[in-house]
Design a protein around this ligand. Structure first.
Ligand SMILES: [Zn+2]
Length: 108
């Protein structure tokens, strides 16, 4: 399952004029708490029922969405250590977290 799956769904709904569904997917992050997001990513299907998702938005879609979702404010993925961080620098359009940046500086 990839981000393309969700993007394809959004395209499909857009073509059909299902604006509400597109809006729903685009604003999904507002109704899901970080702890719930973690559980979705861990394949805990219970969350799906807790969230009272509309029938057309299947568990499969929720999973695909969660797998690719980058929560705003949770930072960017560092190209060196692969962890997300809020503090760091953008270097040639790539992100280096503060920890790695400090380590690099020490190596100089
Ligand atoms: Zn790093």
């Amino acid at each position: 399952m990839s981000n393309e799956f969700i993007e394809e769904k959004i395209l499909e709904f857009t073509r059909k004029g299902d604006v509400e569904k597109v809006k729903f997917i685009r604003s999904l992050h507002k109704r899901i708490m970080p702890s719930q997001l973690d559980r979705i990513q861990k394949n805990d299907k219970g969350v799906y029922h807790e969230l009272f998702m509309p029938k057309w938005f299947t568990w499969e879609m929720l999973r695909a969405w969660a797998e690719n979702f980058e929560a705003p404010g949770r930072g960017k993925k560092c190209i060196l250590c692969d962890t997300k961080s809020e503090n760091g620098i953008d270097f040639n359009e790539r992100f280096i977290c503060e920890n790695c940046f400090v380590r690099l500086k020490q190596l100089e």
